[in-house]
Write a protein that binds this ligand. Structure first.
Ligand SMILES: Nc1ncnc2c1ncn2[C@@H]1O[C@H](COP(=O)(O)OP(=O)(O)OP(=O)(O)O)[C@@H](O)[C@H]1O
Length: 571
């Protein structure tokens, strides 16, 4: 339904462009349209790295410039044809993106943006200062037309046709990437990088893939820009190119390929439409952009999407049948840690903690606020690296392993505040947890239905995560953990905010899961919930284990009473 709607809107848009190009556009108008296509192509890549992946790469303009120079140099100096220069214009920025990405992608967002901006500056300096290669500040003139099957594509309608044909192809590829595993994983990463790792996604590899793909698109756009202008100069490496791509993405709608096209067409045509205002046009142009950003924060295509969804109703429940995911990996030895330590500056958050979680058991972890419970879960799930100690999962040493590796090996966790991506649908959020395991989105969704049904919230599949009451959010988060069929499950205060009835349901579910062989660790403050459920309880105080024994005896322990239970009142 939503797809048919988008297809109708896209076809109408494409037809309007075609009619305009064939019947109304002047030679100058065709040129503007061609440049708009070039920018749309560059923006496709940016939609993937920034729109979906959330990495503000300011290198997109630089990759565009590199693609332009590759075509310019090889075309004008070495007489190579389009069939060689076009793929090379994509390949060179891609090959540049890989080492650069490895070096800068681990930086925090604003440092990453600055580092990528630096790349553009360095390349600009090189373009100006290597005149033998690049023609220096004057650039290179006399770049030949693109030659396709022996035909030199002239400017005007043929060049516009070539560019827009490639825009259609690029848009289709980008759209498929965005809707597939890569796009969904990147969105997950953008919305919640911490949770993405714990769901088994290799954050570094994903970011690098997105950065590389963005460079491919930018290089293709750069090559076409040069065939349109027939010259290449350091201007292609200057900041305005990057600002245009960024504006196109934001105005058109982050992460949407249609947004890149709409944004590019508008951005290139707005100055033309307001040109009659002479000098005042810049003010109007700026105001129009500002207004769009304020009134449609998710871009014009986002706005269009919301409006049509409201007119024609929301998402229907997907027609995918629920399907049970493959069983958990057999980890007969469960999870065992020895002498775990973690310091934060001078604070000893976890001090020589040893524990083991056997298959089929529920273990409680209690202790006063700040005693180190969450840090233990973070260490076990790979979000923190221990300063000392050993962690073994299923008999394998996994000390210091990253969260995504542990997740793929059979470990799942929940967070104190249920971490669900804002704006995502429930089914989508749960299916995201299978992205690292299933080959396609439909299988992931079938498994997500199974997990939601198992938690008794199958009817939520078509809902949005936003606005769900706390208890339902917790269930959806639990479905997200369960859908991976973990062998070890770490839950951080899963009963917080639940009613007595909901707690009883949760307890029954956890008993079932343990009965099926899962090893469960429960961090809880609610003793009425925890003690009847857990076989064994561990109590932390200032990072040290002060109790490790049967749940039934913890209330009688003097050290626990002094440190925690004595103060815990009704607990
Ligand atoms: N990232 C961090 N940087 C610095 N100190 C930290 C960090 N994380 C935890 N700590 C400190 O480590 C100690 C243990 O914190 P932790 O959150 O593990 O306790 P907790 O038992 O889970 O508490 P609560 O019951 O309130 O969730 C606290 O003193 C806390 O301030």
């Amino acid at each position: 339904m939503a797809e048919r709607r988008s297809a109708v809107i896209l076809t109408a848009g494409a037809l309007a462009l075609l009619v305009y190009a064939l019947a109304f556009a002047s030679p100058y108008g065709l040129r503007v349209l061609t440049v708009a296509g070039v920018y749309a192509l560059a923006a496709f890549g940016f939609q993937i790295v920034f729109g979906l992946g959330g990495a503000l790469s300011l290198a997109q303009g630089a990759f565009f410039g590199v693609g332009a120079y590759v075509t310019g140099i090889l075309g004008s100096r070495h007489g190579l044809g389009f069939e060689a220069t076009f793929p090379l214009s994509m390949l060179v920025p891609f090959l540049l993106a890989l080492p650069v990405g490895l070096a800068v992608l681990r930086l925090e967002s604003h440092y990453f943006a600055l580092a990528t901006l630096g790349i553009a500056q360095v390349l600009h300096l090189l373009a100006v200062n290597l005149p033998e290669l690049t023609g220096g500040s004057n650039g290179l003139a006399g770049v030949p037309a693109a030659v396709l099957f022996g035909w030199a594509v002239p400017r005007g309608l043929p060049m516009a046709g070539l560019v827009w044909g490639l825009v259609a192809l690029g848009g289709l590829i980008g759209w498929r990437l965005a809707r597939g595993r890569l796009g969904r994983s990147l969105t997950m990463l953008r919305d919640d990088p911490l949770a993405a790792g714990t769901l088994g996604l290799d954050v570094g590899r994903l970011r690098l893939a997105a950065f590389g793909i963005s460079a491919l698109f930018a290089g293709a756009a750069g090559a076409l820009a040069v065939h349109t202008q027939r010259v290449v100069s350091p201007e292609v490496l200057e900041f305005p190119v990057m600002v245009s791509i960024l504006t196109i993405s934001i105005v058109g709608g982050r992460g949407r390929m249609a947004g890149a096209v709409l944004g590019a067409v508008l951005l290139l045509h707005l100055p033309e439409w307001f040109r009659f205002l002479e000098r005042g046009y810049l003010v109007i142009y700026g105001a129009a952009l500002l207004l769009t950003i304020v009134l449609a924060p998710d871009g014009l295509t986002g706005l269009l999407h919301r409006l049509t969804a409201r007119l024609y109703g929301g998402k229907p429940r997907a027609l995918v049948e629920a399907r049970e995911p493959p069983p958990p990996p057999a980890l007969p030895e469960g999870l065992a840690v020895e002498g775990l330590r973690k310091y934060f500056g001078g604070v000893q958050a976890v001090d020589r903690v040893s524990l083991d979680l056997r298959p089929g058991t529920i273990t409680g972890l209690i202790g006063p606020n700040g005693s180190g419970k969450s840090t233990v879960i973070n260490l076990l799930s790979g979000l923190e690296r221990p300063d000392a100690g050993r962690v073994r999962l299923g008999g394998q040493d996994v000390t210091g392993a990253r969260a995504d590796r542990l997740a793929r090996a059979g470990l799942a966790r929940s967070f104190q505040a249920a971490a669900l991506p804002a704006g995502a649908g429930v089914l989508e959020a749960v299916a995201a947890a299978r992205l690292a395991f299933d080959r396609d989105a439909a299988t992931a969704e079938a498994h997500a239905h199974w997990a939601l049904d198992r938690l008794g919230v199958g009817e939520l599949a078509g809902e949005s995560c936003d606005g769900l009451p706390a208890a339902l959010r917790r269930r959806v988060e639990l479905a997200r953990a369960l859908v991976r069929r973990p062998a070890v499950l770490l839950l951080d205060e899963p009963a917080a905010g639940l009613t007595d009835g909901e707690k009883a349901d949760l307890a029954a579910l956890l008993r079932d899961l343990a009965g099926e062989g899962m090893a469960i660790l429960l961090v809880e403050h609610d003793m009425g919930f925890l003690l009847p459920l857990a076989g064994r309880v561990l109590c932390l105080d200032r990072g040290q284990l002060i109790y490790d024994g049967p749940a039934g005896e913890v209330r009688r322990d003097q050290a626990v009473a002094t440190a925690y239970l004595g103060r815990a009142g009704s607990a």
